[in-house]
Design a protein around this ligand. Sequence first.
Ligand code: KIV
Ligand code: ZN
Length: 514
Amino acid sequence: MRKIYLFDTTLRDGEQSPGVNLNAQEKVEVALQLERMGIDRIEAGFPAASPGDLAAVNAVARAIKNASVIGLSRSREQDIEAAREALIGAQDPCLHLFLATSPIHRQYKLRMDKQQVLETAEAAIRYAKKYFSKIEFSPEDAGRTELDFLCEVTAMAIRAGATVVNIPDTVGYMTPSEFGNIFKTLKEQVPGIEKIQLSAHCHDDLGMATANSLAAILNGADQIEGTINGIGERAGNTALEEVVMALETRAEFFQAKTGVVLSEIYRTSTLVSKMTGMPVPGNKAIVGANAFAHESGIHQDGMLKEKTTYEIISPETIGLKTKLPIGKLSGRNAFRERLNELGYHLNDEQINEAFAKFKVLADRKKQVYDEDLRALVEEKLVGVQESYKLDYMQVLYGNQAIPTATIRLLKVDGESIEEVATGNGSVDALYKAIDKATNEQVELEDYSIKSVTQGTDALGEVHVVMRQNGHVVTGRGISTDILEASAKAYVEALNRVIERRTAPVASKADKTSV
Ligand code: KIV
Ligand code: ZN
């Protein structure tokens, strides 16, 4: 079996999804989970984009011990210098250089001819080689680049010292046979190709990112790039969990495998969803809520007789364990043990805090499921600076009355602010009261709610998308009460709006885009 290396770009290309902004603490939290999951290479950000992103990449570089940490850079010296600074302290640093090569990009974006592209990229690789032993070079929009020119660019990158050449289908335009053919041709025609690794980086604009990545593997790719849950620019990137499970489930066909710890997949997916505020669609392959649900009577009958009739992957494989729920009589040790089984290794102080929250939850809800525990622990992992905290809320609602909300927020300095407002509905009244208290001018772009588990006493999870002066942020709140979850999500989004204004420019909207 050939080993396929996984290059995760959730923290860079994934962060290019609209409304996603991760601060340094959040990036470290996700990177540690990617490391636990057995990802080989983690692209932590684009250091030249902003001082905040440089600091975040550095925090990841220092935290990760068992994976290579990568910083993205345009083919220019200032970017390479920024990446060099960001990767100080990394155990296994790697620079990811890129320059567009397709005719459209050469003519309209770069205003360079082929020769200039070759010279600019070569100069950048040679400059970077002074500092980095591992360099990945990406001819951006390779999918739409003339194949003979792509061979020329690849040969140049190898001569200049690149260790990986990555082939991006930047606009998700390729079909599997075309994309596979690029790898076949490079393997056959480029001198020195055996000295480097070939990588595939696909976007999902036509829904073919996973198929194209697998075609690349069948034609000799050594590395696949992608994100968890397939998040990313526009329609997103290749969903790594899909590639991993395709190789695992069809091992005989692909004759290739990854080093991923499969049982960490589900947890990584939920963590990324929580940190980015991007819900996982119910029908998403591998990690969607319906991926293992069997609805029709015929299917259920088949499942009861023999699971393999309708199940090609067992939920346990990806870490979706459905253990017996725990309840308010469960002690601290049982609680800690269950968290350990779920992969959360908390220190004593964190356990005490989580246990206190668990007791409150168990009082409201008879049975606490694994999903509730994940929600409870991961709520704490969100690293946004809390300018405001929800202290108290009350909503008066009657179908003949005007909904009225009273809220009290605590500021970081301990001051408390109380406000009352009426609205079209309970949530509207709540949000108007919070707006009055914080004096922030924001627009609510989206509001969604889902239940974490089944039953009327289930935890509700609310996601909001909020805009201020063209900048989009997200917020998430959970509670057994949907109004409280709504208020928490709104306050978290407001805290992000304020953090974006005050913290060292970490916001993507302020970054140089790729
Ligand atoms: O999609 C793309 O071309 C990229 C490059 C920076 C590799 O993300
Ligand atoms: Zn990309």
